[in-house]
Design a protein around this ligand. Structure first.
Ligand code: ADP
Ligand code: MG
Length: 225
């Protein structure tokens, strides 16, 4: 059976040029992320995890090397092509949860769903229930804890069954029980075919990885499958 890799990078490098110095945030990173699995990006703060996720999401342009998405070289895609990919196929959970403050939790979720899409509306309600958040449906983001808002951002990222979910420290504000609920949900979606690439420091999250990569100063130093 052919193994599919929604994302592959080849010798991906990214340098941040400051006024006085240049930081090599990624150094020739060559990795493959297999379909329907959870890949973990580990490594200490500053090792390049967020930079790699941002490159895979088209928010940062690599200095060298290539990125393939579903076998297509997307390294030099236009902003419009990346925007389409982000809208339809790849979702990102960022470290800073971005929700509209004047919309309720339900309205925030509906914002990314077509009002006629009954299936996705049901999916949103179902996800809120699995996360024990359904009672907060009509509350505003400021009425939830940071962890509550982080879980809403995770619900939003799973809506529409994206092909890939990139998650940057998705459990950083969650207690053990909620981290477990989130990772069980990721596992459930991975079995259905979604590919997860998760940057984390959390050892309990790492146990869910089918594949773990450790970054150090922008390089892959360890890879365990
Ligand atoms: P991690 O997510 O693993 O903490 P990052 O990808 O955020 O690591 O950062 C990798 C390296 O790149 C660090 O040395 C960091 O200081 C540097 N860096 C990140 N973003 C910028 C930026 N916008 N400008 C300059 N340097 C940056
Ligand atoms: Mg980071």
């Amino acid at each position: 059976m052919k193994i599919e890799f929604p994302y592959e990078t080849n010798q991906l490098s990214l340098e941040y040029s400051g006024r006085d110095e240049t930081t090599s945030a990624l150094k020739e990173v060559t990795v493959c992320f297999p379909k329907g699995t959870i890949s973990i990006l580990g490594g200490s703060s500053g090792s390049g995890k967020s930079t790699l996720l941002n490159c895979l999401f088209g928010l940062k342009r690599p200095t060298k090397g290539t990125i393939k998405y579903e076998g297509h070289d997307v390294t030099n895609w236009s902003n419009r092509q990346w925007a389409e990919l982000r809208q339809n196929e790849v979702h990102l959970v960022t470290q800073q949860t971005v929700l509209f403050p004047y919309l309720t939790i339900w309205e925030n979720l509906c914002f990314v769903i077509s009002p006629r899409d009954k299936e996705q509306l049901e999916q949103a309600a179902h996800l809120l229930e699995s996360m024990n958040l359904i009672q907060n449906k009509h509350r505003y983001p400021r009425e939830l804890s940071i962890g509550g808002r982080q879980r809403i951002a995770i619900v939003r990222a799973l809506l529409g069954d994206p092909n890939v979910v990139l998650a940057d420290e998705p459990t950083s504000a969650l207690d053990e029980e909620n981290s477990r609920i989130v990772m069980d949900l990721f596992m459930h979606y991975a079995v259905k075919g979604t590919t997860f690439i998760v940057a984390t420091h959390d050892p309990s999250v790492m146990t869910y990885g089918h594949h773990c990569l450790k970054l150090k100063d922008g390089e892959v130093v360890n890879e365990v499958s």
